[in-house]
Design a protein around this ligand. Sequence first.
Ligand code: GTP
Ligand code: MG
Length: 452
Amino acid sequence: MDKIIHQSSQTIFALSTIYGRSAVSIIRISGSKALQSLEKFGIYKKLEARFCYFLPIKIENEIIDNCLIIFFQNPKSFTGEDLIELQLHGSKAIIHEVLNYLSTIEDYRMAEHGEFTRRAFLNGKLDLVQAEGLLALIHAETKEQLKQANREYLGENSKIFQEIRQHILEIFANCEALMDFPEDDIGESIHSIIFEKLNEINEKISEYLNDNCIGEKIKDGFKIAIVGEPNVGKSSLINYLAKKPIAIVSDIAGTTRDLVRINLDISGYAVELIDTAGIRETNDKIESIGVNLAKNIILEVDLILVLVTKDNIESYKNYILDFDEQKHILIMNKVDDIENSKDINANHDMKYIEISIQNDKNLNQVMNAIKNKITNLASTNNPVITSQRQRFILQKVNKSLAEMINNFDNYQFIDILTEDIRVVVNHMNELIGDITNDDVLDELFFNFCIGK
Ligand SMILES: Nc1nc2c(ncn2[C@@H]2O[C@H](COP(=O)(O)OP(=O)(O)OP(=O)(O)O)[C@@H](O)[C@H]2O)c(=O)[nH]1
Ligand SMILES: [Mg+2]
């Protein structure tokens, strides 16, 4: 059954494209009185829904612009309300005139952040997970971010969450049946069905949770740090990978103190690359703050480029206590300084990529190694969880189900189990957005821009 369309008494409007000079600017107007704006602009023609009209809009009889106008009639619009889209020329003067004029119409006001999408959500046009997908879609900067956002926005993940909820609802129905046959054979068999189903569903949820937070990493970006002793060429390497000079390079040991960050697109994945202070014992107050930042960032990132030179080949063991090949790439720089660099790898268990940033030697191997490591990290099945909100709720569900399974034989009354399952169903409703509270909605929609 279609949801009842919720038409707010206030009609909202906003610029949906970026403010500034451009070929086209789009202003959207949504609400029960959206059509009134056309009369105010001197358009008395009755517009058919979903047709495109090329008409002059006037303010006090003066033409402001010739524009394309589309009328989306409720419920077949993005918000579910009556919605007008004005495609104007992208001039600041036109945008000002039109927005100012709209604000003078009774019951009209400028939209708040994400208010169009919030109305769409309230009118059942999308669920909360899809709204998160839409936000990710707008923020996507790389191909993999886009693919993940589209899966979420188009409802693939919602479908999985709905299926989980459906299975839990079935268990709930089994519990109710059990109330009718508490003591006999049928009761026994339903009892074991419930136990099996609880196990089955919770294993699936654990699988989704056990994903190394890849969904969030694809969305927010993988973090990669370059670490090593002073002067090994860390800043030279970040400048090379960033293709521009973002960090100071000098032959004075201890040049970099702050964390220097840059966002890159590597093989379609968003990556934040971080240059760090050279790690050494120092009495310099500022430098030692930098060294601490470097040591701490090692614990935070997904991948570490460990840079050494022939003089300090194993020094990384002082600050990387837990060397994991998945998480680290060992690189030896300045091989231009070494007569026969092959011997260095031969003398050590660990394999280094030998490079010379100065001579542009083997730098493509560093990029390939980074690409391989990131694609390996991301190579689980498409992640289902993409936000902390979703993860927290699923963790609650997972924990509650695990407790039920562990205490299954101790449930003396089936109605207590039924009640526990009802709580879990409510968590799933919260996840999909069938139960909401204003704080959650405020937080999510505030991250949208004003015209969305
Ligand atoms: N010979 C040679 N010198 C290099 C190479 N790469 C960088 N250098 C030089 O090494 C010196 C230190 O380079 P940086 O990139 O500042 O080193 P860093 O690791 O960032 O140093 P800190 O910020 O002090 O920790 C500079 O003089 C660079 O020009 C290389 O491949 N070969
Ligand atoms: Mg540096």
